[in-house]
Write a protein that binds this ligand. Structure first.
Ligand SMILES: C[S@@+](CC[C@H](N)C(=O)[O-])C[C@H]1O[C@@H](n2cnc3c(N)ncnc32)[C@H](O)[C@@H]1O
Length: 283
């Protein structure tokens, strides 16, 4: 039936119609590739809005019987509202704070762009891909353990790299930041953004920094952003820098990025964004 219809259309005076259909399909395909956008996700998962939002609704429901529960409902409602605000501010429509924080890492990486780079805890690959766009001669690897807590995946990383036109120079691999599956000095540079404090299998997070530096070659560069000003996790800044130097690192500096003017005050405290800083230098 289909073939009959095609035959009758293409053999008669409907040739023009077939040509039109082909052009239409081509345009559709082209438009599709134009609208395909990378998905870098949001550090505030939707569940942080839905869960307190749902709890709030439940408490509002029962508050008709137990009036005192209205207060609990209001508290959960405010929590949901706050997370919605944070998600919005991190997103491209709300100021793109997430992308701008990632870009700080690139700004503090001192490198001539020759060789191989590693992004530790790459999420959906924003930093790996930005590196590949900035350094057109280099190869990059992004690793992550892609756990359930985050809405990130290797397949989305690969799709993003394809859309951004750098797929040939980047590779993504499942691995843990606590034990990187690479030889000592395997990379010319290493970067990481807001990952080290998340590595639950390592109690002393300084050891995650040490592991990251292990895979950087002697003379190579690094730029790591994390909650380095959070004393409970990393201790005093001077002690942290001294410890890193004691590992034989040639140069290490800490830059306070928490005061970057584009970070809204409302995001600083509850998200610990108020403790972010960058450790950068040369091994
Ligand atoms: C705040 S996100 C940052 C993601 C990415 N660097 C960015 O800037 O969008 C934290 C990331 O750390 C990753 N992560 C947590 N523990 C990890 C581990 N042990 N090994 C590797 N990645 C880990 C999570 O999967 C998540 O992608």
């Amino acid at each position: 039936m289909y073939w009959q219809a095609m035959f009758s259309l293409s053999s008669g005076g409907s040739n023009k119609y077939c040509v039109f259909l082909r052009i239409y399909d081509k345009e559709k395909a082209m438009n599709k590739s134009v609208v395909e956008k990378p998905d870098y996700g949001n550090w505030v998962s939707k569940k942080f809005i839905y869960i307190p939002g749902t709890i709030s609704l439940c408490f509002f429901g029962v508050s008709f019987v137990f009036l005192a529960l209205t207060a609990v409902a209001v508290i959960f409602f405010v929590i949901a509202l706050y997370f919605a605000y944070a998600r919005y501010r991190f997103s491209p429509v709300g100021g793109d704070v997430q992308t701008r924080i990632q870009e700080l890492v690139l700004q503090h990486l001192d490198w001539d762009g020759k060789g191989k780079g590693l992004d530790i805890g790459c999420g959906n690959g924003p930093l790996t891909i930005k590196l590949a766009q900035k350094y057109a001669e280099a190869q990059f690897t992004g690793i992550d353990y892609w756990g359930k807590e985050w809405e990130y995946s290797k397949s989305v990383c690969e799709r993003n790299a394809k859309i951004e036109g750098v797929a040939e120079r980047v590779a993504f691999q499942e691995a843990s930041a606590s034990a990187l599956p690479f030889d000592d000095g395997a990379f010319d540079v290493a970067v990481s953004n807001l990952v080290f404090h998340e590595v639950s299998s390592v109690r002393d997070k300084k050891n995650v920094i040490k592991e990251a530096l292990r895979v950087v070659k002697k003379g190579g560069s690094f730029a790591f952003q994390d909650l380095f000003l959070w004393k409970r996790v990393y201790g005093e800044v001077d002690d942290l820098l001294q410890t890193i130097r004691s590992w034989g690192i040639e140069r290490v500096n800490l830059v306070n990025t928490r005061d970057s003017e584009f970070i809204p005050k409302g995001l600083r405290l509850p998200f610990m964004v108020g403790t972010i800083a960058i450790l950068h230098g040369k091994k």
